[in-house]
Structures are given as C-alpha cells and as structure tokens.
Design a protein around this ligand. Structure first.
Ligand SMILES: O=C(O)CCC(=O)C(=O)O
Ligand SMILES: [Fe+2]
Length: 283
C-alpha cells in the first residue's frame, strides 16, 4: 500500500512505495485523496516511458496541450518539454525557456475559462545545484486575509490573460497572442474539497472587475503581497525520476530559475483539465 508523508505545513505530501504504472483503483483513490488534501504530491523513483507517463496522467483528468506550441513534444502534443532547446543556434541563452515559470508566483492556466485542474512534471535531468520549484498554499492565503478584505472581494472576478499586464508572450505563436481575458472569482471555492482559496496570479491578471482602475491596481498590489504565507510553503529539490503534481485551484508555484545554465534541467510536463469540454475549448 502507498505510504503518505507530509512535506510542508498544510502543503505537500510524498508518496512512497508505489509504481505508478501498476496502481489498482483502491491505491489510486488513496493517493488522489492525499493529493487533494496536500495540494502538491511528490512520487519519487519512477522509471517511465512517455506513454506510461501519459496514461498515468490521464487518471487525474483530461490532458490539454499547452498553448505554447513551440515547446510541445513533436509526437505527443500533450507533453510540454521544459528546459529543452534553451540555447539558440547562435549560442545565446533563451531566457523564456531557461527562466520559464520563474518570474512570478503563479497558478497555471488562469487565462482559460476552465482553468487547469493540475500540472504534472516528471524529471528526466536535474542540475547539480539549484533548479528547485517553490510551492505555496492558496487556502492559507485566503484564510489569512483580513475580514474586511474578504468582504470587499466577495463575488469579485479577476480578468486574466496569458501575458498579463507585462504582455509576456514570448513562448506563444503569433496567432495565440491576443485572446480575450477569462474571468474567475478571486475567492474561489474548490470544486472537490469545498474549501475557499485565494485564486490569484499577479503575472496574468489584468484588472478586477467593476472597480475604478486605480482601486483595482492597488488591490492587485496588495494581493500580490498577501498571496504567499511563508508558513504554508514547500520547496521541492528535484531528483531524476520524481513525479510532482500540483493543484492549480489551491496552490501557487514558482521555479527558482537559478541553476547553472550549461547543465540540463529537463521535465516532461502535462496540464490536466477537469472536463473534456474544457480540454477542447482552446486547444
Ligand atoms: O520548472 C518548474 O520548476 C516549474 C515551471 C512552471 O511554472 C510550470 O511548469 O508550470
Ligand atoms: Fe507554472
């Protein structure tokens, strides 16, 4: 049977004693529950072919090819390659690939009407130093908001786009750069746990709906300061063979973006939707 070990305070769990290629329904239910409870689940020591990783990932929901077409795996578009082709033909380092996910704390997929349920990474190559992924709890962020701010945000929706206010769209193809925003409640009830999380992403939000621009900007700044509760964080130090899956509905993450660029740091990455309809909406 899988054994579950907590990692951070209220965030993160490591599952030991499993081979994800051979999980029975009862074992999968146990680890799925552990994932919902912890927000970030680590399963070390896996040796997977790409189709085995895809088959296991599909047990969590429907896979959705990432809008960054240039970083998709050629034969398996549901797989995004992290850290591949980070040097340009002229030898210069492509920062958009090297520092992908390292600019801001964020949640993946807020630019979709049906945001990503989960993101799952499998580590193929890990540098000798640096390259961690940091995680933080969106439930803890919500719970720590002052009551007056919770009241002010009740029912308020944010408008989100891929590149946010900075228009960071380097990894997108030209035809995908000008999509309309998606709207999500900032205090969002998790559909499976029933708990409320602060659903926020400073790099993707454009504005808070129904407010004068100055008030919206000030609130975005305040939420950027409040979204990380240091007591409810976990930093993952990668090992080859690790699978890490996080819940984008109740956690934030950020790549450290600090490893020696001449070394490899390569992952297979999938994004997982709650419903098949959502997975098809913007493919
Ligand atoms: O490479 C990492 O550590 C995480 C990058 C990231 O933000 C993502 O894959 O969504
Ligand atoms: Fe991310």
């Amino acid at each position: 049977m899988p054994s579950i070990h907590p990692l951070g305070a209220g965030i993160g769990a490591e599952v030991r004693g499993v081979d994800v290629r051979a999980l029975g329904p009862g074992e999968f239910a146990t680890i799925y529950r552990a994932w919902l409870d912890s927000g970030v689940m680590v399963i070390p020591g896996q040796q997977l072919a790409i189709t085995e990783f895809l088959d296991y990932s599909r047990r969590f929901g429907t896979l959705k090819p990432h809008p960054s077409k240039s970083t998709r795996h050629r034969d398996h578009p549901e797989i995004t390659l992290l850290g591949v082709r980070k040097f340009r033909p002229d030898g210069s380092l492509d920062q958009a690939i090297y520092r992908r996910g390292a600019e801001d704390w964020h949640t993946d997929g807020a630019y979709d009407a049906d945001p990503f349920k989960a993101t799952q990474l499998y580590a193929l190559a890990i540098p000798s130093s640096g390259g961690d992924t940091h995680f933080a709890s969106g439930y803890a962020a919500h719970d720590a908001l002052p009551d007056a701010l919770k009241r002010r945000l009740a029912g308020v929706r944010g408008a989100f786009v891929y590149g946010g206010r900075r228009r960071s769209v380097a990894l997108l193809s030209a035809e995908d750069r000008d999509r309309p925003p998606a709207f999500h409640k900032i205090l969002r009830v998790h559909p499976e746990t029933g708990r409320t999380a602060l659903y926020f992403d400073p790099g993707k939000i454009l504005y808070l709906e129904g407010m004068p621009a100055a008030e919206s900007d000030a609130l975005i700044e305040e939420l950027t300061d409040r979204m990380i509760v240091p007591e409810a964080t976990y930093s993952h130090r990668w090992r080859v063979g690790d699978i890490v899956i996080w819940d984008n509905r109740c956690t934030y993450h950020k790549a450290a973006g600090d490893y020696p660029p001449e070394e490899d740091r390569i992952h297979w990455r999938v994004t997982i939707k709650e419903s098949a309809a959502g997975a098809q909406s913007l493919a």
